[in-house]
Design a binder for this molecule. Structure first.
Ligand code: ZN
Ligand code: FE
Length: 246
């Protein structure tokens, strides 16, 4: 059994707060900081002491709590440093191909540009019993992908390919609950994809119970996500443009 535990809880209107805790070392990291108070409450409820922040990209709904949490807890902030000055309170800049230790667990940093030019994701191969975890920020969502604010379709196509290369069992912790609106669009792209239709029924049932659809897995997204399934960057760009005006 892994000594790691992951906690997920709603923040702001549709973000998820995420924590990873290592029982052996006592370290706890918040992946992004949508809401400082909710992150502190989630730690407190579990008896975890917040010691790190890992940022995926600079947007305010991912870094807004950085400074408050750093002041309150004296923690270390790891994040992308491709573009200087973007991550409030950054202590340790990392980029794709880097790895670091969380307790005794290896964390791999993967560069996933497209949504922004400084987007990275964090992959922990032994996060779960028999499955890794990837904290994917706003790169991939359940049945969707991030808007191309700064990157090109080629960037996002490469980022989807990088996620698709992870083991199929990898759990993907997305930063927003966008699943049902993504589902309505995905069905217009692939109306005859039975895996998609079956998955959407499951997602609707979860949401009716007030439960998150996150995490998803690499296997599910390969079967259902129109952006991950796009065969070329050009096609991904067309789908993204259609979704932007959907
Ligand atoms: Zn964002
Ligand atoms: Fe976001």
């Amino acid at each position: 059994m892994s000594s790691l535990e992951i906690a997920l809880f709603p923040c702001l209107s549709d973000n998820y707060g995420l924590l990873i805790h290592d029982r052996d070392s006592g370290e706890t990291a918040a992946i992004d900081t949508p809401e400082a108070a909710k992150i502190e409450a989630a730690c407190e409820a579990r008896g975890w002491k917040l010691s790190q922040i890992w940022n995926t990209h600079h947007h305010a709904d991912h870094t807004g709590g950085n400074i408050t949490l750093k002041q309150n807890h004296g923690l270390t902030i790891t994040g992308p440093d491709q573009i200087a000055g973007r991550i409030p309170g950054l202590d340790k800049g990392v980029s794709g191909g880097d790895s670091f230790l969380f307790g005794e667990h290896k964390v791999d940093v993967i560069f996933t540009p497209g949504h922004t030019q400084d987007h990275i994701i964090y992959y922990v191969a032994d996060a779960h019993k028999g499955a890794g975890a990837a904290f994917v920020g706003d790169t991939i969502f359940v049945l969707g992908c991030g808007r191309l604010f700064e990157g090109s379709p080629e960037d996002m196509f490469g980022s989807m390919a990088a996620i698709a290369k992870l083991p199929e069992s990898t759990k993907l912790y997305c930063a927003h609950e966008y699943t049902l609106s993504n589902a309505d669009f995905a069905i217009t792209v692939e109306p005859n994809n039975q895996d998609l239709l079956d998955y959407v029924a499951r997602a609707k049932a979860l949401r009716e119970l007030g439960k998150p659809t996150v995490p998803t897995t690499v296997a599910i997204e390969k079967l259902t996500n129109p952006f991950m399934r796009a065969k070329s960057a050009k096609r991904l760009g067309e789908i993204r443009a259609a979704k932007d005006s959907f």
